[in-house]
Write a protein that binds this ligand. Structure first.
Ligand SMILES: [Ca+2]
Length: 295
């Protein structure tokens, strides 16, 4: 009853949800295609109780309701800068404060935050239905708490993303572009300098641009990474379970799904088993989140 009340409350705030049935879900990489240090395998069964999940990543419009109601200030707003992909910067020249070591396509841009995803010269015009970005794990958890919900555990996220398919490579099957159709927003061309935009988008795309998976859930591959509740370890949770792993201070949190920057040559983590992590205070222009019903 409690979850139902929270679910109704959340719908009032404009986030459609989809049920994910209880069951035993086979998770992990069936093709041995993951990066060895990511811990996508071995495959394992996880028992999950029924839950519901946001149909899409949380959008800028939805996050705006939260920020307006609560006055919440995100981590990036407090920092005064955030990480923007170099081709997505919209800032004066002196607004670029530096580049990431080892990943020079990530620029630290003054004034970049969820309301200014490219920097000081950008805003949310035409982006209301794009996923919110430049939100830390802490920000995402705050939104989820406000909505009476939770961040998905990693097991919940993957079970939902698989859309009823068993051991498939992607959320829609085993082919990346069935009938030459793009099913998600990733990178085409030569990373990180030349994006041919065959899927239509350089950076974020509106949610629901590509088909839903078999459970009616959108945008689980590409577009933006999504924070999960769990601490990230380079091996799958052992023993596997539906509860988040205990979190140690400053330990990385799991992110899932890949983003508009993923490309086979660089980061093929748009596969449904793929996983990585980031520190909970990290904010970037390609990471957002969605929520699930609270346990
Ligand atoms: Ca794209």
């Amino acid at each position: 009853m409690l979850c139902q009340t929270f679910g109704v409350n959340h719908i009032k705030r404009g986030a459609p949800i989809r049920p994910v049935p209880a069951g035993s879900y086979l998770l992990g990489d069936a093709f041995d295609e993951g990066y060895p240090f990511d811990g996508e395998g071995p495959q394992r069964h996880v028992e999950l109780a029924e839950f519901d999940i946001d149909e899409t990543p949380v959008t800028n419009a939805q996050f705006s309701v939260f920020a307006d109601e609560t006055g919440y200030v995100t981590d990036a707003e407090r920092y005064g800068d955030s990480a923007v992909f170099h081709l997505a910067v919209s800032a004066p020249r002196d607004g670029v404060l530096g580049a990431a070591a080892g990943a020079p396509w990530w620029l630290r841009v003054r004034g970049a935050d969820w309301k200014h995803p490219g920097g000081e010269l950008s805003d949310l015009s035409d982006l209301a239905d794009h996923p919110v970005v430049h939100v830390s794990w802490t920000d995402a958890a705050a939104y989820a708490s406000w909505a009476g919900r939770a961040l998905p555990t990693e097991a919940q996220w993957e079970a939902a993303a698989r859309g009823g398919l068993v051991a498939a490579r992607y959320a829609w099957g085993d082919e990346l572009t069935p009938d030459d159709r793009w099913m998600c927003n990733i990178w085409q061309g030569r990373f990180p300098t030349a994006n041919t935009r065959e899927d239509g988008w350089l950076a974020t795309s509106p949610v629901r641009t590509y088909p839903a998976n078999g459970l009616g859930i959108y945008d689980v591959a590409g577009n933006v990474w999504e924070w999960c509740a769990d601490a990230f370890t380079p091996t799958p949770p052992e023993p596997p379970g539906s509860r988040p792993l205990p979190i140690v201070h400053e330990e990385r949190r799991v992110t899932r799904g890949g983003s508009y920057l993923c490309h086979d040559s660089y980061c093929n983590r748009y596969r449904v088993a793929a996983r990585t992590g980031n520190t909970p205070d990290s904010t970037t222009g390609n990471c957002g989140f969605r929520t699930v019903s609270a346990l």
